[in-house]
Design a protein around this ligand. Structure first.
Ligand SMILES: Nc1ncnc2c1ncn2[C@@H]1O[C@H](COP(=O)(O)OP(=O)(O)OP(=O)(O)O)[C@@H](O)[C@H]1O
Ligand SMILES: [Mg+2]
Length: 464
């Protein structure tokens, strides 16, 4: 008993369809073979008999019945496979090697197929024959034919062989089809099992790849790539949720506790105002943090990629520098701008501006030179083409810099180095920069500005 789903596989149906076509062509081919072998034997016999009839008709035309009877008697002495019979009007045998007139009616084509008996060593033998009969003038009867016993045997041998050939072809095809479908089914089963595991929550599970490079493998590879993407997004999501839970809960709690304590005390309106102002400040900080987190999440999700246009990186850098000029001056910094004009990248203007301002903000906040005498408090904002022909945007300062082993860590969310504990901020500026640069197909790298930090963003160049 075959499992029902094996018969339902598309491979099996395809195999059966193919088998049908194959069987039809095989039958056509074998019919051709039959026509050329068994069919040929039939035609050959008929032609031989016909030739003999023509010969006897000539004799009859020349010498009438006596010559015909004479010829038949002669030929009957050594008849080979030929059969003859001449009867007088009364039905008496005049000549020939048949004993009796066959008791069958000729077919539409004038031929008779019949069985005659012949004495043999071990009794009487029945043999197949084929003949034509004529009624001559005055009621004489002439039959000319052939013994076709041997021919019939060959014919049935050939027919048997052909029938077996067809049956074997069908059987082998069917077995092959089943075998192929079972292989296919086994692989599909494996894929199904893995997908069920994945749906059950094992997101790290992947579909099996047989390594044959066929379309099932290709499908598996694509689905696996999709799963990788989904898993990365899920991890990102979980990280954001964790971050929100850990890093936003405590400031909110603090805020709430302070408000509660304030309510419990009797205070002057001015004191209340003071507390409320501080609370608003903290709420603002929380909002900024939230916005930054959301922006990072949006950049990481990659959905902004559709809204990208060709934007002028040179203009973005210049605008950001100009925007921060007053703030920088207030903190004692000078911003030097060295921007090559007309360098375009494909991207989102808002996000790129935000990244640039984050970097300049960092330079102002964390990039104060330790020793004002040897290092001037300048910030260099530059845009140029790098050796690989990519657009390089950089912001450099002359402050304490970041130790090389911390380069990767400062890109993580909420990471702030020990030295920055007493500056305002939430440790999301560089995380956003990293997410945005990745969204734009670029890289962010740090280097030592000796002294200070140089942050480089390299992005693919596009034409305006
Ligand atoms: N130019 C710099 N020089 C020295 N240290 C820096 C510089 N830029 C960043 N850092 C270090 O990297 C940390 C992470 O920077 P990031 O911009 O992510 O956060 P932040 O500036 O502290 O806070 P936010 O940007 O969210 O206001 C900083 O806290 C600081 O310790
Ligand atoms: Mg920052």
């Amino acid at each position: 008993m075959l499992p029902i789903n094996l018969l339902k596989t598309s491979t099996f149906r395809l195999a059966v369809l193919y088998l049908g076509l194959f069987a039809a062509s095989a039958i056509l081919l074998l019919a051709y073979v039959y026509w050329n072998t068994a069919g040929f034997l039939v035609r050959q016999t008929d032609e031989a008999v016909q030739a003999e009839i023509t010969g006897l008709a000539e004799q009859y035309a020349q010498g009438g019945l006596p010559l015909l009877v004479h010829t038949v008697i002669q030929r009957s002495r050594d008849p080979g496979e030929s059969l003859y019979l001449v009867l007088d009007p009364a039905g008496q045998v005049l000549a020939g090697n048949l004993d009796v007139r066959p008791n069958v009616q000729p077919g539409a084509d004038g031929w008779m197929d019949f069985v005659y008996s012949r004495r043999a060593l071990n009794g009487v033998e029945l043999k197949a024959a084929r003949a034509r009969a004529f009624v001559l003038a005055e009621g004489f009867y002439l039959l000319v034919g052939r013994d076709v016993q041997e021919r019939r045997e060959i014919e049935s041998l050939i027919t048997n062989a052909l029938v077996w050939a067809i049956a074997l072809t069908l059987m082998l095809g069917l077995i092959g089809g089943l075998f192929m479908s079972r292989n296919m089914l086994a692989r599909v089963d494996e894929i199904n099992k893995s997908s069920q595991d994945i749906m059950g929550g094992d997101l790290s599970r992947r579909l099996p790849i047989a390594g044959t490079g066929d379309e099932l493998d290709q499908l598996g590879r694509n689905l696996n790539a999709m799963l990788d993407q989904i898993e990365a997004l899920m991890i990102g999501m979980r990280q954001v949720t964790d971050n929100v839970a850990h890093d936003l809960r405590s400031p909110l709690n603090r805020m709430r506790n302070r408000l509660e304590v304030t309510l419990l005390q009797d205070m002057s309106p001015d004191e209340y105002r003071n507390v409320l102002e501080r609370t608003i400040g903290e709420a603002d900080h929380l909002l900024t943090t939230f916005n930054a987190l959301l922006m990072i999440a949006r950049a990481e999700a990659g959905s902004l990629r559709e809204s990208m246009t060709n934007v002028d990186a040179s203009a973005i850098a210049r605008d950001a520098a100009e925007l921060y000029e007053p703030v920088a001056e207030e903190s004692g910094f000078a911003i030097r701008v060295s921007v090559k004009d007309g360098l375009f990248v494909r991207g989102n203007r808002e996000l790129l501006s935000q990244v640039l301002t984050n970097l300049i903000d960092n330079a102002i906040k964390h990039g104060k030179p330790d020793n004002i005498e040897t290092s001037v408090p300048t910030i260099d904002v530059a845009v140029d083409l790098d050796a690989e022909g990519r657009v390089e945007m950089s912001v450099a300062d002359h402050g304490p810099g970041i130790p090389a082993h911390q380069y990767a860590r400062v890109l993580e969310r909420f990471v702030r180095l020990e030295e920055s504990r007493n500056t305002p901020g939430s440790g999301l500026g560089l995380s956003l920069a990293s997410a945005v640069v990745r969204l734009h197909g670029g890289r962010i790298t740090f280097s030592d500005n000796a002294p200070g930090l140089k942050v480089k963003l390299s992005l693919p160049l596009v034409s305006a």
